[in-house]
Design a protein around this ligand. Structure first.
Ligand SMILES: *[C@@H]1O[C@H](CO)[C@@H](O)[C@H](O)[C@H]1NC(C)=O
Ligand SMILES: *[C@@H]1O[C@H](CO)[C@@H](O)[C@H](O)[C@H]1NC(C)=O
Ligand SMILES: *[C@@H]1O[C@H](CO)[C@@H](O)[C@H](O)[C@H]1NC(C)=O
Ligand SMILES: *[C@@H]1O[C@H](CO)[C@@H](O)[C@H](O)[C@H]1NC(C)=O
Ligand SMILES: *[C@@H]1O[C@H](CO)[C@@H](O)[C@H](O)[C@H]1NC(C)=O
Ligand SMILES: *[C@@H]1O[C@H](CO)[C@@H](O)[C@H](O)[C@H]1NC(C)=O
Length: 724
């Protein structure tokens, strides 16, 4: 009675776990037009109408078996797009994902389909239909990487890609855990029930997790062949304790094969191998052994040093008969053709026994598109038309990119181009755009986008930006002008405001900004301020250089002069601020000064020389000219400037500098200047070849070139300097 109630409790527990498991099953009958419950399993199947909007429902010709879910299939368009089913998952929970394919007899089609199946960005399988009546089942055991997965079909080689069913089966938390699940899915290559009672595969409800256990009686090419002689099939109706690790179904464990002649050997092909695999062997002693009987054996082939020397004694290893013993191999490398054999040890009385095996390939999880880029695409989708959104399924880049994006070939892939011209987008450009560092082209023109530009300062690869014909506002940030690779920026017909960053107007970037009424170029005043600032800095730099040069020159000079006897004289002259005869003469003929450099002559000295400007010898627009005689007897012409151009000291100085350096046969040499009390005076050499009168009025044999003309020429030359 105690035992009975114990079993009852176990049975109820088992039942409740099964029930809770089933409610979480997702079973999609692709191509079906209605939802239904399969009476043979009690499983609820839903139509994929509303889940998959592409392709068409096709009635399968001559389906094999009576499975309701194989009466129809969904044929998907033959093009270069991908078609994806999105399945909701719990992140980090383990699932069995299964896609099945039964094509049925060929109708008018020329050939059976061949295409690719993806789970997220990971290539899952190449589906090749060779047998119309066979159900090709592809299973992947995953730990969900996020809150949903995408199963995608694409890349048809021949025929029309299609799918019959898509199933999601949650697993118990600890089932199929591996050391590598962060980076690898487990792609099921073989799951075989040995000693099966029929050739039908065993699955739900016999397996509460709805795994498909193929029968070893199933005769199909390259599947479980070459049983050794003496192999017998055994079965039991007794319960088997299987509640450890992978929870193989009791029904699978109730049958087995035994190598009565001491050897069990089989051969089968593993799709996509050689590869690293996770391998399980399921053993349960289902024969009642006599007291003198023992069953001990070893895995002889394939030979793995770590495993093959271990002796299997099922009842001992499992601590009892009718109890699961499940040795597994976390990471073994297997060939495409898996030949395996168990051989009894010498001291064993019975041959080896095997209930089931399961082999899965480690499938490297391929990187999905950088999530920050995906976030922007999702945000853009959310502000676009409903009708435009439906075709964008699965990963934006892998295996084939969405129509409106271009991707890099990096790992993970990044979005390099967004092309959404004229797609009826309404709202703001997603601010997350700031993280799309790989973006080179952005086409959002011809929409109804509003609000300011998002921060694009980090999008340094950006080359072409089309934002014209929107309702964008705000200012153009100055970094827009310094994006290093920007070639084109189109913002016509928007409502941008403020100043255009000057760098956009240099011609380096094709910049189109018509019809932004409140957008203007930088104001003149600011530009001039900047120009002046720039020039001033330039001038300062030049002055600094000149100053340093002159320091060097002066030092050299001083050294040179100190070597000469004339040191004292020259030094006193050079440092003297008082103009004097000697200063004048040295200025005119000194060997260490540039010839023609004019000198400052104080006003009192000029007043004295000209006798208080009493003798006017000419007058012009520039002012009057007076005759004078310096202390040393030199005759001079003194011009008092009246020109407004010369008002500013700077310009006056410039003119002096210019005139003092011009050597022209028609020009009178400038010998000095005076600038005092708003008076600006130039002192020229008085002409001695011929009197002034001669020059002014002309002589018989010389073209008259008057003094005033000469001064005018000089003055005009100087005036060029004054012009802004
Ligand atoms: C999952 O496995 C644990 C033991 O690891 C067991 O206690 C639990 O009942 C199992 N749950 C289901 C739903 O099978
Ligand atoms: C099938 O069931 C799903 C979910 O239970 C529902 O969304 C869908 O509308 C149903 N489809 C039909 C054709 O009844
Ligand atoms: C199950 O085993 C019994 C012997 O224990 C045998 O008579 C019977 O034929 C077996 N059934 C099948 C389907 O192999
Ligand atoms: C398995 O073992 C091989 C070599 O022993 C190692 O390279 C590999 O990373 C391991 N894991 C997987 C999942 O392949
Ligand atoms: C093996 O089973 C016996 C009872 O059949 C039990 O007493 C013993 O603790 C078990 N040993 C282990 C290691 O589970
Ligand atoms: C801006 O709008 C005007 C009229 O609305 C249109 O003619 C012009 O082509 C638009 N500019 C661009 C660049 O599309």
């Amino acid at each position: 009675m105690v035992l009975y109630s114990h079993f009852l409790v176990i049975y109820l527990l088992f039942l409740s776990s099964v029930v809770s498991q089933v409610t979480e099953f997702i079973s999609i009958d692709c191509g079906s037009t209605s939802n239904y419950t399969d009476p043979s399993t009690g499983l609820a199947w839903i139509s994929d109408i509303g889940i998959m909007n592409n392709g068409k429902s096709v009635k399968v010709e001559n389906p094999s078996g009576n499975w309701m879910q194989y009466r129809t299939r969904r044929d998907l368009p033959i093009d270069n797009k991908k078609y994806c089913y999105n399945l909701i998952t719990k992140e980090r929970r383990r699932y069995l994902v299964r896609a099945t394919f039964q094509y049925g007899s060929l109708g008018s089609e020329a050939s059976y389909p061949k295409f690719q199946l993806y789970l997220d960005a990971t290539l899952w399988s190449t589906v090749t239909v060779l047998d119309a009546s066979r159900v090709y089942a592809k299973e992947m055991i995953i730990r969900a990487p996020s809150d949903s997965i995408d199963v995608c079909i694409c890349c048809a080689v021949t025929g029309s890609p299609f799918i019959s069913t898509l199933e999601l089966r949650p697993l118990n938390l600890s089932m199929y855990a591996t050391d590598f699940e962060d980076n690898f899915f487990l792609k099921v290559a073989a799951r075989v029930n040995f000693g099966a009672l029929t050739k039908d595969a065993l699955r739900y409800p016999d397996d509460p997790y709805d795994r498909i256990w193929d029968s070893d009686l199933d005769r199909r090419p390259n599947f479980v062949v070459g049983a050794a002689s003496g192999t017998v099939r055994i079965n039991t109706t007794k319960n088997i304790e299987t509640r450890t690790r992978e929870y193989p179904p009791v029904k699978v464990m109730q049958t087995a094969v035994v190598g009565t002649e001491g050897v069990l050997s089989y051969r089968l092909n593993l799709e996509d191998f050689p590869a690293n695999a996770r391998a399980f062997a399921y053993f349960a002693e289902i024969q009642d052994l006599g007291p003198s009987e023992t069953r001990k054996f070893k895995l002889e082939q394939p030979y793995f040093a770590d495993y093959s020397n271990a002796v299997v004694n099922i009842a001992e290893n499992a601590n009892g008969s009718y109890t699961l013993y499940e040795p597994s191999y976390m990471n073994v490398t297997l060939n495409f053709v898996l030949s395996f054999s168990f051989v009894k040890t010498r001291d064993s009385t019975l041959g080896p026994l095997l209930n089931a095996i399961e082999i899965s390939k480690y499938q490297k999880i391929a990187a999905k598109t950088e999530w920050q880029d995906v976030m922007v695409l999702e945000a853009l989708r959310s502000i676009s038309d409903e009708s435009e959104r439906t075709n964008d399924r699965g990963d934006p880049c892998v295996p084939v990119p969405w129509e409106w994006v271009t991707c890099s070939t990096t790992t993970p892939p990044r979005i390099t181009k967004i092309a959404l011209s004229g797609k009826n987008l309404k709202g703001e450009i997603p601010p997350e755009l700031k993280n799309m560092e790989a973006l080179t082209e952005l086409w959002l023109d011809g929409n109804f986008l509003t609000g300011p530009l998002p921060d694009m300062s980090r999008l340094i690869d950006l080359r072409i930006v089309h934002l014209e014909n929107n309702e964008l506002t705000g200012s153009l940030p100055s970094y827009m002008g310094s994006l290093p690779n920007l070639q084109e920026l189109h913002i016509e017909n928007n409502s941008f405001v403020g100043e255009i960053p000057p760098a956009l107007l240099t011609g380096k970037v094709i910049f189109k900004y018509d019809n932004n009424p409140k957008l203007h170029k930088e104001s003149r005043r600011r530009m001039r301020f900047k120009l002046i600032l720039g020039t001033s800095i330039g001038v300062l730099a030049i002055l600094l250089v000149l100053f340093l040069c002159s320091l060097i020159v002066l030092r050299k000079l001083r050294r040179k002069i100190s070597n000469q006897k004339s040191y004292e004289k020259a030094d006193s002259l050079r440092t003297s601020t008082k103009p004097s005869n000697t200063a004048y003469s040295i200025a005119r003929g000194g060997h260490f000064m540039d010839e023609g450099v004019a000198y400052f002559i104080p006003l009192p000295e000029l007043e004295e020389a000209t006798n208080n400007f009493c003798k006017k010898i000419g007058k012009g627009s520039f002012g009057s000219v007076y005759y004078g005689k310096m202390k040393d007897g030199k005759e001079v012409a003194v011009k008092i400037m009246a020109d407004s151009c010369s008002h500013r000291t700077q310009q006056f100085v410039t003119e002096v500098a210019l005139l003092s350096r011009i050597h022209h046969r028609n020009l009178v040499p400038l010998i000095g200047y005076c600038e005092e009390e708003h008076q600006r005076i130039l002192v020229y050499e008085y002409m001695h070849n011929g009197t002034l009168r001669d020059r002014l009025h002309g002589s018989v044999n010389q073209k008259p070139l008057d003094w005033l003309t000469r001064l005018q020429i000089a003055h005009d030359a100087a005036k060029d300097f004054c012009r802004p």
